[in-house]
Design a protein around this ligand. Sequence first.
Ligand SMILES: [Zn+2]
Length: 393
Amino acid sequence: MKITGDQQLIKKMNKGIVLDTIRQMQPLSRADISAAIGLNKATVSSLVAELIDSQLVTEIGPGESSGGRKPTLLLFNKQAGYAVGVDIRVHDLLVVIVDLEGHIIREQSTPLADYTTESVTNQIKSTISKICVDLPATPYGVIGIGIGVPGLVDETQQVVSAPNLGWNNFDLAGHLQQELALPIYIDNEANAGAIGEKLYGAGLHTSDLVYLSIGVGIGSGIVVGGQLYRGTSNFSGEVGHMTIAENGPLCRCGNHGCWETLASEKALLDQAAAIWGEQVSTIEEVLAKVEEGNSQAVTLLNEIGTQLGIGLANLVNILNPEMIVIGNRLSLAGKQLEQAMLHSIKNRSLSYHRKKTQVEFAKLGIRSTALGAASMPITAFLADSDVSVQAEA
Ligand SMILES: [Zn+2]
């Protein structure tokens, strides 16, 4: 393959590399950047000057000198703008505003009034406009919105199917874009959660990671070599419908014995309801029973942990991941089901495959998806390093 490029393109690429280096290694000097990426100091200085002009990089006081004048250190200006992250969950809508390093500035969760496309779209718009009121001024303001959807999202950002919301073929981005006039990025909630944990959470230093979103169902986001594995139609990761028990419970997909009928939050709550009736309807109530030493509750969590481990053993054998992160609602019971889960993985996976695999619970708790969603506009914004404050004015 012949690769061509002009000077403008090369300059843009180099500027992106300089910005990435500052974000990853800050604080550092121009000489440090030059040494890290092998560009000469004059080129680095000129690119840094442009980044300072566009307010994406700031200078701070001098660092350690290795002899001679102390160098000025550079920082990424995480306060150059904001991004909005939205997680459409089955029970509520979580909206966060973050700085450009993914730190939460504001957060709001509101119960979903109903699941119609119109109502949810309106609720997203009104929550975003409420949460953005009187945000402190920044050079770029809100740079975009990312949304995690509990369903299938194709490569054109169409929501093809979201069974828990009753949505089919809905252009959520198009509807929002009409009024909000900001870049909008939409992805499956488990993919967004995987990116959230990779960039800001448990998977910070990993490049091969499986993130499991366990709530009503079980979805996954699979990161391979630092990138999401998307599959040919963007629909990869539906691990919840792996068959675990040939004659197991009927799944909403029509199959019997899918993993999510045995190891999801819903499986836990269905079994809790069979034991205690309507008295126990939340995971927190089951955990309270475990705290009291209720033996049925302990057995129930051990059983869910065992079933969870069976599916995880399959994933370990197939993908040999560096890390598995268990996120969404079931992670709240992490401590109580961990032992049975690890036991099951150990008994059922191949020893060479699991040797280096770490199993963690989501570090971002139930915010993995919202934060991963917010990272989508940030990544796109920073990749376009020709952005300039003047252009926005
Ligand atoms: Zn199924």
